[in-house]
Ligand binder design. Structure first.
Ligand code: B3K
Ligand code: ZN
Length: 918
């Protein structure tokens, strides 16, 4: 640990700041190793924090404020066990956050403060006595952007100065109240050498600019009229190329759109620019939200800890999510670019205009914005396909998180390092909660509630309670119980039992919900579960839903609010097949006795596309589980193959949906369902066996589809063409399962005439999963063709790291010594080590345990440089306790080894200690 001991931050200790900041003026004199930042801050006492009889009174949480002064820390979110000295003064001290800064001077209302007037620690600047009226503080500091390998705060990427302030990076730029509930108006002046930094950017609208010092230096000023928290601050300076466009908002305001990229990459920005305009239009139409500055800028940088960042008016992106040409980006890249551009843009309202009161409320902006970007993609592409893709992701990433040692509520109540909480639970499950709210109150009321949310909280830092209150007020529905979804971790499991009485024509559906205990939450309450439902008759059509005591349902939805309930349906003419949780209306697991025949029936007949796919997954899982148990039913397998074949040949279904139907549940998902004594090797074999049978059984259909989905004409990233290609490569993968030699030949033929990256990766990724002689040459050719293009070399690393071969761990080790590999670029680390540890269960969980050693070695080497990425990589071991005994011991030993290492970052310490249940 860097700190003496890890400190936990608790939601219940939230206190407002004693002093607010209205105006911020920042002057940057940029230099790679010593950037000087002058910060002028206008403070005023915060009446809300200090009222009720003065600062020593009780606060709104009933805690005594004198104690409050004891525990106020930099964040005013007390980290436990660290007692602060009691202030000698009757009013609170001003305690600002700051890290890795060299303090040059502090002055208060123009008077330089002697060091005796303040305390300086590695994390805080405390000014013990400040006036109880408005005052101005000026602070001069130095920081070293070049030495900043954590990529948090101000750093240099590829000679470009850039920033990442969320969650707590601003404190690495200057001393500040670095917390989201302090919203201020910013003015920024940047000075830098004209030659190396011709482009100088910050948030807001541009102001004055010009040269200084005889022309060697120049400056630019920016002003952001919208109050914002420090995490939304951004600055960029460097020699970048510009791609521009304009957008006219619905009320007729013209907005300058700019994308800045590395020189020479200008031709790769057209798709991103279109996606931005489509997003702006969609937010106006669907949510009535318009953009609010004269200019919207995006900068693409190559070293970035995550996907992108929604800084006000100046989004900074990992260049992977901006740059695209048909010959450099796959369809998946295009789809990601479109949805991440949308996501960051949508944050302008959900996150920026209304921000979070504290980091516990992260889902307020992230869950909601993911929901919005999901809806965007559903509207402009295929709703059915989008839903399936999102649920697959939820199950692959969030369900294991929710069922393991790192489980936490969508709104957590404590953390050690907030950067560890940008999780699938906060994002993906958070989005599901918004979706359930919309399902429960209806789309119209949901929109009214969103309007109310902006009406009430624009310009404020809000809480999850505020958001749900708007939902309740706009719909007139009591949502108190719904709030449990935000506070309770774990995936509810609903057990289904059914009985049909042919005589009385009644169908009883009994449902019981259970949520297993999660760390720190042993007793679980029932949550309200909205369940889309259909009773499918023998003719494949839905029967009317006539619910006892309610009548015929207008909307095919039932709600399970209690632990147990029986729903009695009347006038059910024939014994139905149940289709429950249609559209995946709730993020739950369903346990039922329905067998493979029912699933195959739904696969063919369900009127709900999602459940048609779901039925195929359930059937495939049942077949894989049978194989794992050593019992294989040839008849069931054959029926499954026949049902799948019928789907593939159905002329009414679109290609993207067929591609999804062809995909068996992933190995990680199967492991999560099995949940104990997991043997990833056996899972791989069982799944491969089914894949082989399917591939062989459907060979003729597949070959015919391969022929039909041939690419013609210019590449287009539209839904139809993307769907066609997704089917093409799902077909190739399926063929590879049944006839590897044939798949290799088809892929090889395709590689000899490729015109776009989707076709190239589609063919190559089939060959590289196979142990065939063509493999090495194909990889070498790819490297030669794309040498020097970092994003493509990332793909080259990932292809090898994700191959489910027994040689992969050795290959990963070799690649770590490759001249193109570096620990300093997060994309490169993710493409090699991330792909291996997080997307290749078979190779990562090699019985020898070598995968665990490779991961632990990498994490330990990475942690001192980039703790955020190191901690993220460590989550690959979180499910160690579900493994079979041998692997369990080997994985645990590596976690113990990491935890036993001195000097761990707070980030890594939290993930590893919690994974071990400490
Ligand atoms: N808000 C950022 C994520 C910041 C992560 C900080 N560790 C991107 C996004 O979710 O839009
Ligand atoms: Zn976000």
């Amino acid at each position: 640990m860097n700190d003496a001991s890890p400190q936990t931050v608790y939601l219940q200790n939230y206190r407002p700041v004693p002093y607010l900041i209205d105006e911020v003026f920042l002057k940057f004199v940029l230099a790679p190793e010593a950037t000087q930042v002058t910060s002028r801050l206008s403070f005023r006492p915060n009446a809300a924090a200090q009222q009720k009889g003065g600062p020593l009174d009780h606060d709104e949480f009933g805690l005594n404020q004198s104690k409050l002064i004891n525990v106020i820390d930099s964040n005013n979110l007390a980290r436990d066990s660290r007692e602060k000295p009691v202030s000698a003064f009757s009013h609170p001290a001003l305690i600002l956050d700051g890290e890795k800064l060299e303090l040059r001077s502090v002055s208060l209302d123009g008077e330089t403060l002697e060091p005796s007037r303040y305390d300086l620690t590695a994390t805080n600047l405390t000014i013990r006595e400040v006036p109880q009226r408005p005052f101005t503080l000026e602070i001069v500091t130095l920081c070293n952007p070049k030495a900043n390998s954590e990529l948090s705060g101000l750093y240099v990427s590829n000679n470009v100065f850039c920033t990442q302030c969320e969650a707590e990076g601003f404190r690495r730029i200057t001393y500040f109240y670095d917390r989201p509930d302090v919203m201020a108006r910013y003015k920024v002046r940047i000075e830098a050498p004209l030659a190396s930094c011709p482009v100088l950017l910050a948030n807001g609208n541009p102001g004055q600019s010009g040269t200084i010092a005889g022309g060697d230096l120049h400056f630019a000023e920016w002003e952001d009229p919208h109050p914002k928290p420090s995490y939304l601050f951004a600055l960029v300076a460097g020699d970048l190329a510009l791609v521009s466009d304009t957008y006219v908002t619905r009320s007729g305001r013209k907005v300058d759109l700019r994308i800045y990229v590395e020189k020479g990459k200008e031709d790769r920005c057209a798709f991103a620019m279109e996606a931005l305009k489509t997003s702006m239009r969609w937010d106006e139409e669907r949510f009535g939200l318009e953009y609010d500055l004269d200019i919207f800028m995006i900068v693409a940088v190559s070293d970035f800890n995550m996907g992108a960042m929604e800084n006000k008016g100046l989004n900074i992106f990992n260049d992977k999510y901006i740059l695209a040409l048909p010959e450099t980006a796959t369809d998946i890249d295009y789809i990601n670019i479109e949805s991440i551009i949308a996501h960051e843009y949508f944050h302008n309202w959900t996150g920026n205009r209304v921000t979070c009161r504290d980091w516990f409320q992260l889902c307020l902006k992230e869950g909601l914005t993911v929901f919005r970007d999901q809806e965007f993609t559903a509207d402009i592409r295929s709703r059915a396909v989008k839903r399936i893709v999102d649920v697959k992701r939820l199950r692959a990433d969030q369900f294991p998180e929710d069922g393991g040692p790192l489980a936490h509520p969508v709104r957590p109540s404590s953390y050690i390092e907030i950067n560890n909480f940008y999780t699938a639970t906060v994002y993906e499950k958070g989005a599901e909660l918004c979706r359930m709210l919309q399902t429960l109150i209806g789309r119209e009321a949901f929109r009214k509630a969103m309007d109310l949310y902006f009406e009430r909280h624009d310009g404020e830092a809000a809480t999850t309670e505020d958001f749900v209150r708007c939902m309740a007020d706009a719909s007139g529905r009591n949502l108190d119980q719904f709030f449990t979804w935000y506070e309770q971790a774990g995936t509810p499991e609903v057990t289904v039992s059914e009985s049909y009485d042919a005589k009385t024509k009644t169908y009883d559906l009994s449902l019981e919900q259970v949520t297993a205990p999660t760390p720190g939450q042993s007793d679980k309450r029932p949550v309200p579960i909205p369940l889309g439902i259909g009773l499918v008759g023998p003719d494949g059509r839905d029967m009317p839903l006539d619910l006892e005591n309610v009548g015929v349902l207008n909307a095919p939805l039932i709600e399970l609010n209690e632990t147990k309930k029986t729903f009695r349906f009347r006038n059910v003419a024939r014994k139905p097949v149940l289709s429950l949780n249609r559209g995946f209306s709730a993020p739950i697991r369903i346990r039922s006795n329905s067998g493979i025949p029912e699933q195959l029936f739904l696969m063919k007949n369900d009127g709900d596309t999602f459940n048609r796919w779901e039925a195929s997954q359930r059937a495939a899982f049942a077949l894989i589980r049978d194989r794992l148990a050593g019992k294989t039913s040839a008849a069931d397998t054959q029926s499954f193959i026949t049902a799948l074949g019928a789907v593939l040949e159905d002329g009414h279904l679109d290609d993207a949906f067929k591609a999804l139907m062809l995909g068996l549940p992933g190995e990680q998902e199967i492991a999560t369902l099995i949940a104990r004594d997991v043997d990833p090797g056996a899972i791989h074999q069982a799944r491969e066996a089914l894949r082989a049978e399917t591939g062989m059984g459907l060979k003729d259909v597949l070959v015919e589809l391969w022929r039909k989905t041939e690419s013609h004409g210019a590449y287009r990233p539209d839904p139809e063409e993307t769907g066609r290609r997704s089917l093409r490569y799902a077909v190739l993968q399926a063929l590879a399962g049944g006839d590897p030699a044939l798949a290799t030949r088809l892929a090889g033929e395709q590689l000899s005439r490729i015109t776009n990256m989707t076709d190239e990766i589609g063919a190559l990724s089939t060959i590289t999963t196979l142990d065939v002689p063509e493999r090495e040459q194909a990889l070498a050719d790819f490297h030669t063709r794309h040498r020097g293009d970092n994003l493509l070399i990332d793909k080259w690393f990932a292809l090898q790291a994700s191959a489910p071969l027994s040689t992969t761990p050795g290959r990963v080790l070799e690649l770590m010594a490759h001249p193109d590999f570096t620990l300093t670029n997060p994309n490169r680390v993710r493409s090699l080590v991330g792909a291996f540890a997080m997307a290749n269960p078979f190779a990562f969980h090699a019985e020898s345990g070598e995968g665990y050693v490779i991961l632990a070695d990498t994490i330990l080497a990475l942690d001192p440089k980039n703790p955020q990425v190191a901690a993220r990589m460590a989550t690959a071991l979180r499910s160690w306790a579900t493994l079979e005994e041998k692997r369990r011991g080997l994985a645990k030993a590596q976690l113990e080894r990491i935890l036993g290492t001195s000097g761990l970052s707070r980030d890594l310490y939290e993930i590893v200690s919690k994974s071990l249940g400490r």
